[in-house]
Design a protein around this ligand. Structure first.
Ligand code: ZN
Length: 180
C-alpha cells in the first residue's frame, strides 16, 4: 500500500470524465491495489471521501467513509466504508439540502453547496457484484460530491453564493453557525 499524492485544483485530471471499468478489470490485482492506496491516502489526508481522479487515475471509482471521529467535519452519524465502481446516480428526493463542503483537491477551503437531499446509487462493488444503496443527509452530499469528481466536476462549480466560500480558519470563526 502507498499514500498517493492528491491532485489539486488546476490539474487537468480533475476535469476529465473518468472511464468506466471493464468487467474483468474490477476484481484485478491492480484495482484492489488502487483501492488500498486510496484508503490509505484518504486516511492520511483525513478526508471523508476520495475519487480515483484525485489520485491521478481517471477511472470510475470512489470511496466514502464518514467516521464519527473525523477531524474535518462534525457529523452526528458516521457511515461505514463504501467502495463504488461504475456508479449510476439517481435522485430520489429533489428537495435541496445544503452543507459546507470541502475537498482534498481544494485544500484549506470550505464552501456552501445545495444538492438533492435523497439519492440512490447503483454500482459495482469490489467483488464485481452489482449493488444499490440509498442515502440522504450528509451521506447523500458526500456521495454526490465524490461522484461529481468522476465527471470532472468540483464543488466549487456549484457554490450557491460566492460569499459563502471561505478559508477553514475564517469558516470556523465566522460561518460555522450556518452549518446544518
Ligand atoms: Zn472532492
Amino acid at each position: 500500500m502507498a499514500i498517493r499524492k492528491v491532485a489539486r485544483l488546476g490539474h487537468p485530471v480533475l476535469r476529465q470524465a473518468a472511464r468506466a471499468f471493464e468487467s474483468d478489470e474490477i476484481t484485478s490485482v491492480e484495482t484492489r491495489q488502487l483501492v488500498n492506496d486510496m484508503l490509505q491516502t484518504m486516511e492520511d489526508y483525513g478526508g471523508v471521501g476520495l475519487a480515483a481522479p484525485q489520485v491521478h487515475e481517471s477511472v470510475q471509482l470512489a470511496i466514502i467513509e464518514v467516521g464519527e471521529e473525523n477531524e474535518r467535519y462534525f457529523v452526528e452519524k458516521g457511515v461505514p466504508l463504501v467502495v463504488v465502481l461504475n456508479p449510476k446516480l439517481s435522485i430520489t428526493d429533489p428537495t435541496l439540502s445544503g452543507f459546507w463542503e470541502g475537498c482534498l483537491s481544494v485544500p484549506e477551503l470550505r464552501g456552501y453547496v445545495e444538492r438533492p437531499a435523497g439519492i440512490q446509487v447503483d454500482f459495482t462493488d469490489i467483488n464485481g457484484e452489482r449493488q444499490r444503496l440509498k442515502a440522504d443527509g450528509f451521506f447523500a452530499t458526500v456521495l454526490q460530491h465524490e461522484l461529481d469528481h468522476l465527471s470532472g466536476v468540483l464543488y466549487t462549480d456549484k457554490l450557491k453564493d460566492p460569499t459563502q466560500f471561505a478559508f477553514l480558519q475564517e469558516f470556523g470563526r465566522y460561518h460555522n453557525d450556518d452549518d446544518e
